[in-house]
Structure formats: C-alpha cells, structure tokens
Design a protein around this ligand. Sequence first.
Ligand SMILES: Cc1cc2nc3c(=O)[nH]c(=O)nc-3n(C[C@H](O)[C@H](O)[C@H](O)COP(=O)(O)OP(=O)(O)OC[C@H]3O[C@@H](n4cnc5c(N)ncnc54)[C@H](O)[C@@H]3O)c2cc1C
Length: 421
Amino acid sequence: MKQSCMSDVVISGAGMVGTALACALAPSGVKIQLLEQRAGSLQQWLDEVDTVLTPNRHDARVSALNLASVQLLTSLSAWAGVQSRRAAAYTDMEVWDGEGSGRIHFSADALHENCLGYIVENSVILAALHEQLSRYDNVELISGVSLRQLSAPDADGHRELLLSDGRRIEAGLLVGADGAESLTRRLAGIGATEWDYGHHAIVTTVRTEQPHADTCWQRFTEDGPLALLPLAAEDDRTLSIVWSTSPEHAASLMALDGSDFCAALGRAFEYRLGRIEGCDRRRSIALRQRHAHRYVEAGLALIGDAAHTIHPLAGQGVNLGFMDAAALAEVLLAAMVRGENWTDEAVLRRFQRQRRSANLTMAATMEGFRRLFAPQPPVVRLLRSCGMNLTDRLEPVKQHLVLQAMGLSGERPALARRPTI
Ligand SMILES: Cc1cc2nc3c(=O)[nH]c(=O)nc-3n(C[C@H](O)[C@H](O)[C@H](O)COP(=O)(O)OP(=O)(O)OC[C@H]3O[C@@H](n4cnc5c(N)ncnc54)[C@H](O)[C@@H]3O)c2cc1C
C-alpha cells in the first residue's frame, strides 16, 4: 500500500474552473493537490495547445466570457496569457425570433463599454490558467488519475481519498471541479435534480461570406437556438457555431457532408452573413440541466459543472463556474485570516449561500427562454415577438438584461470586481 500524504486542499478536475480555484488559492501558500484524469504535465498540455491552435485551426469548444470572468482572469494574472494567444472582443449582440418578427439588439456603445465580452476557445482559457499555475511551488498536479474512494469526514472535516493509482491522500478540503458527471459528487452521495433539455448542440468553426462585424448572432427557432460567435482569426469571417436542436435533427445534420451541412446552416441562419463557405469537423453534445442538491458538506465543496449545468443558449456556464471558484476562494481565505476552521461545514455554507441562488436564478432563466421559444400557438408567437420588440425599445430594461449577462450587476466576489479608481 502506498503512503498517505496530507494536503490542505485537493481539487479534483484541472478544467477551467478547478484550475481557476487553484490559481486563486495558491498565493496564500496552502498546499494544493490538483487531480486530473487526463495524462500529461502542465508543460505538455501547454505545448499541445500552442501547436494545435494555428491561425487556421480553432478549438470547436468556445466560451463567451463576460466581463466579470475577464476581471477574475485578470486578478489571477491569466488574462495576459489569453490575450497573447487569441480572444475576440464582441461589441454587439443581435438576437431574433426565427418564427416571428421579434428582435433585440445590444451594443457596447450604449453602455459606454469597449465590448460586451470576449469569445475565447476553451483550450486557450485553460492554457492561460495552466501557465499561471505552473508558477506556484505549493501546487502539485497529479495527472492520469481519478478518485476511487472517499472516506466520511473525521471530527475536523478531513477525509482520506484513495486514488485510482493506489495513492492515498488526506485532504483538509476536497473540492469537486470534475465536470457535469462529477465523480466527487457521486462518491459523496450528493444527489442532483436533472433533466434532459431535449437538445443536442452541434459545435464547429465556420467561414461566412460576409464579415461578422464583431457581433454575436443568435436566432431562436422552435427547434432550439442557433448562435454564431465571432472568433479571433486572420480574417473577420471565421465564427464558432452552437446549434442546439432536437436529437433527431442533430443526428441528421451530423450525417450530412460538409457542403450540405453548410447549405443547411446558411438556410437556418437566414443568410444573415451570406453563404456559409466552409466548416471544420463537427461535434454533437447532449444538453442536460443539473443542479446538485447541496454544494457543500464538512470538508467538501462542489464548484462549476460539478454543481450545476445549464443550457448554453446565453453562454453562462463557465461564467457561473468562475464565480463559484472566486467565491469559494474568498470565503476560505477570509476564514484562514480569521483563524477559523475553514473546512467546517458552517464556513463552507457561506460559499453555498452566495452562489446557489445566483446559479438557480440563471438556470430558471434559461429554462424560461427554452420554454418561451418551444412550439407555441400563433397568438403566443405574436406576443413573444411584440415582447422582444418592446424590450428592444425600453433602454433601461435592455440595460438591466445586458448588465446581468455581462456579469456587471448584483453581488460578485472581490476577485471578479473591477478595481475602483
Ligand atoms: C455547447 C456548449 C457551449 C457552451 N458555451 C458556453 C459559453 O459560451 N459560455 C460559458 O460561460 N459557458 C459555456 N458552456 C459551458 C461550459 O463549457 C462549462 O460550464 C465549463 O466547461 C465547465 O467547466 P468545469 O471546469 O466546471 O468542468 P469541465 O470543463 O468539464 O472540466 C472538468 C475537468 O475535470 C476532469 N475530470 C472529470 N472527471 C474526473 C475524475 N473522475 N477525476 C479527475 N479529473 C476528472 C476533466 O478531465 C476536466 O479536465 C458551454 C457548454 C456547452 C456544452
């Protein structure tokens, strides 16, 4: 049997959210172990990203980062690593009802901001965070492993973890950041409310005939939303798509050859940017809504997709996950300064209180959108279009909506707040 070692914080999952938490806690000097099922070292992962991403080759998985997430990455000194690779600032958002005449346009100018947010490839965000993490000696990455067993907490909230390679670790705090299918959540016996959205999302990179105008485009149809998001590229006609539709429709779209798929996409997008001239390899992802019944218990916390997943229609999933990471770091660091036992459930509940209602509100909003745009009788479609057009003209309502999406309204952790001058 291998020897047991002690760690202050063990984070399971070196994805965007788990790594952001490690970067936020590392400057305090606590001993952190980051477990990741993917094999390799931080340097190997960085080399891989920097070789795979070429001017003409993009990651099919992208995130619309809001300004609160950008501020968090800036506070973690990781935003420079994103910008040195690539990120596309978008200044406008055009949303319309594909079954009616409703339309809403959001613009950064109206808010006196430079942009509404950034579209960044997930592998770029991850590379910037991994690069930052590699600067800390108190963080150890254990890759190519998974949790196997988790003991009940002892009197201090500490747990013994058994890893898939036979290693044993005693963890002051275990954080599950291991994504939607979180093994940490399941091993801890924490249930989740979940249901199928009845949508699969097709993602890929496309090239359009006309320039994207630094705009995120989204058409709502009764099958599901179709988004075209501008990418940082050598030209201004390269975009990432997220096409959410029924599983049957997604399967038929996946079966098309490249040129037939481009033709179908052009039609579905009403040729807003002319013809679709090319597309990369497609991926289809089943979409599920999940919400863990609780985020914390003694010596354990769940963050990011391990705690909640939502429909990507408003591009908020990782933004919520980043706010979880920032809020948990803030609660833990404040408790350490006060000399409290920071693995105590009462301390961890402060994090849950901050994040659960914000995450539930966003999940309910996404569900509301999905239902609003599901097949409806003509009179509801008419009201829907009128509502969108009315909202477009009501500047204060529009500003409230967009500030929320940008992460600039309501409470947010200090790491995600802009410094006041
Ligand atoms: C089509 C689509 C489009 C999206 N677009 C947006 C968007 O525009 N904006 C936005 O904010 N969000 C978006 N999202 C959501 C976003 O992608 C997720 O919220 C985000 O990836 C969650 O990050 P995470 O780090 O919590 O989990 P993950 O990215 O799933 O990372 C989990 C990590 O844990 C590792 N892991 C898993 N299991 C184990 C284990 N047992 N042991 C050890 N390691 C493990 C994995 O290998 C991975 O590295 C989108 C989602 C989809 C499906």
